[in-house]
Design a protein around this ligand. Structure first.
Ligand code: TZD
Ligand code: CA
Length: 528
């Protein structure tokens, strides 16, 4: 007879999930015992790191990742990372070990009290099986729930004595189940959308992360070229859905209501794919839309569609819809948008590096298909102006703005994409939330490059203090952190760059090595 343990591993195997990201405790040991040799266990030293790595891995593969956390405490440590995964539509199956069933009621140490409520509202579905025999079916349900549009995290709490119980033989029906979503809009809806596109005088396209998630970037290019429309990336972008070197590319929209309207002025049709409308940040009141503009958003997420404060929405498969529109649209007879001029060159003097210099140097030296993770908050606009990103899956950023994402996600993305160089650009504030990701990178030999932008301050908060008109705020500086010492302490090679020449040398060395490297770069603080 088969145990719940071996049947569940067989289910995971058949569903293509053989990498488990985790941080174990006593409740999890019975799940991890007799760990199958065809599975990999990636250990993170903090649960924010575990979920961040799994998030990057899932996003880069476009498939669900499995996470194993320790009861309530491990889940609690992971909540910030879960906020990012929720907002980026990352398919994550988060499991946590529960106390043995006989001791849940007395709330023995390590009981996950009301486990199902704990991760809410950051999961699509949360469950604790009613019996051991239900575990495989709950795992199967979790996999399909996480993957269906809009994808997202799910949570499964499993009492540790369940794993050794005998499985229901009928659970074998779960092994090969396929659950598919068929999401192309109907003919009438598609034709109406096409008619609107053709009749628009001056349409503009705004693309969001879900375009990149389904790798529909090339369909977006075809659509933009046939429509001769400029393309913006939706604000607070967690991914790069369009090649930034393309003539139609206009840049990253800023995250303010009035500013967006100003930038989109003159357009009569705003066509949004795969983004919430919109992920604003700073409060910049004004009209949601420029005068005379109509907005239509195509999204895979019912909640995004329902909560948008303006425009129409179509809930559909982003990739299939973009492809159908791109293929059906006859190229329109008007000039292509002119390519944006290259950003002005900067004069780098002696002393700390300008962020512009760092990005120009990276752009020149990194492979064309490099993958960037960004958590350098005050330099995001500069990054988008100066780094060329052309292929799908070239950029990742914390979708909820929760710091501590990019360092571990870089490890997960590099594990998923061994043929491409991952480069994480991390602020000296942000680097501390998930610093132990460096240990996993070093110990598993994951050859990502971590560039630390050391300006000694929470630069973005200094900027925000200006936006809000607040003065004399404490706690905005982070002096005196030696990131090379931290990296070396976690077993990673570290280099320091205090001039452009040293940055060039460090990058050359790091790019030539097949191991993780941290480069600490002295940079100029914003407004300094
Ligand atoms: N804590 C968490 C988990 N997420 C956050 N977003 C913040 C705190 C608040 N925060 C920001 O939104 S930006 C920022 C903080 C602390 C400063 C990050 O500083 P940095 O980058 O050094 O990483 P810059 O370029 O100096 O801004
Ligand atoms: Ca900083």
């Amino acid at each position: 007879m088969t145990t719940v343990h071996s049947l569940t591993y067989e289910l995971l195997r058949r569903q293509g999930i053989t990498t488990i990201f985790g941080n174990p405790g006593s409740n999890e040991l019975p799940f991890l015992q007799d760990f199958p040799s065809d599975f990999s266990y990636i250990l993170g030293l903090h649960e924010g790191v575990v979920v961040g790595m799994a998030d990057g891995f899932a996003q880069a593969r476009g498939k669900p990742s499995l996470v194993n956390l320790h009861s309530a405490a491990g889940t609690g440590n992971a909540m910030g990372a879960l906020a990012n995964a929720w907002n980026s539509h990352t398919p994550l199956i988060v499991t946590a070990g529960q106390q043995t069933r006989a001791m849940i009621g007395v709330e023995a140490l390590l009981t996950n009290v009301d486990a199902v409520s704990l991760p809410r509202p950051l999961v699509k579905w949360s469950y604790e099986p009613a019996s051991a025999q239900e575990v495989p079916q709950a795992m199967s349900r979790a996999i399909h729930m996480a993957s269906m549009p809009a994808p997202g995290p799910v949570y499964l709490s499993v009492p540790y004595n369940d794993w050794s119980a005998l499985a229901d033989p009928q659970s074998a029906y779960l092994f090969e189940r396929k659950v598919e979503s068929a999401g192309l809009p109907g003919e009438a809806c598609l034709q109406a959308l096409l008619d609107r596109l053709v009749s628009a005088r001056n349409p503009v396209i705004v693309l969001g992360p879900d375009v990149d998630a389904v790798k529909a970037n090339q369909h977006a290019v075809t659509l933009a070229e046939r429509l001769k429309a400029p393309v913006w990336v939706a604000p607070s972008a967690p991914r790069c859905p369009f090649p930034t070197t393309h003539a139609c590319f206009r840049g990253l929209l800023p995250a303010g209501i009035a500013t967006i309207s100003r930038l989109l002025e003159g357009h009569d049709l705003i066509l949004v794919f795969g983004a919430p409308v919109f992920r604003y940040h700073q409060y910049d009141p004004g009209d949601y839309l420029p005068a005379g503009a109509h907005l239509i958003a195509v999204t895979c997420d019912v909640q995004e569609a329902a909560r948008a404060p303006m425009g129409d929405a179509i809930v559909a498969d982003i990739g299939l819809t973009l492809q159908a529109l791109a293929e059906r649209l006859e190229p329109l007879d008007r000039p292509m948008p002119a390519r944006l001029p290259a950003p002005a060159s900067v004069r780098q003097g002696p002393g700390p590096l300008l962020p512009e210099t760092v990005f120009d140097t990276l752009n020149e030296m990194a492979p064309r298909d490099a993958i960037y993770l960004n958590e350098s908050t005050s330099t995001t606009a500069t990054l988008w102006q100066r780094l060329n990103m052309e292929q799908p899956g070239s950029y990742y950023f914390a979708a909820a703005g929760g710091l501590g994402f990019a360092m571990p996600a870089a490890v997960g993305v590099q594990l998923a994409e061994p043929a491409r160089q991952v480069i994480a650009v991390i602020g000296d504030g942000s680097a501390n939330y998930s610093i132990s990701a460096l240990w996993t990178a070093a110990n598993y030999g994951v050859p990502a490059i971590f560039v630390i932008m050391k300006n000694g301050t929470y630069g973005a908060l200094r900027w925000f203090a200006g936006v809000l008109g607040v003065e004399d705020v404490p706690g905005l500086d982070v002096p005196g952190i030696d990131f090379c010492a931290l990296a070396t302490g976690y077993g990673m090679r570290a280099l320091r760059a205090e001039s452009q020449g040293e940055l060039v040398d460090a990058l050359r060395e790091a790019l030539a090595l097949d191991e993780p490297v941290l480069i600490e770069v002295l940079t100029l603080a914003p407004g300094a």
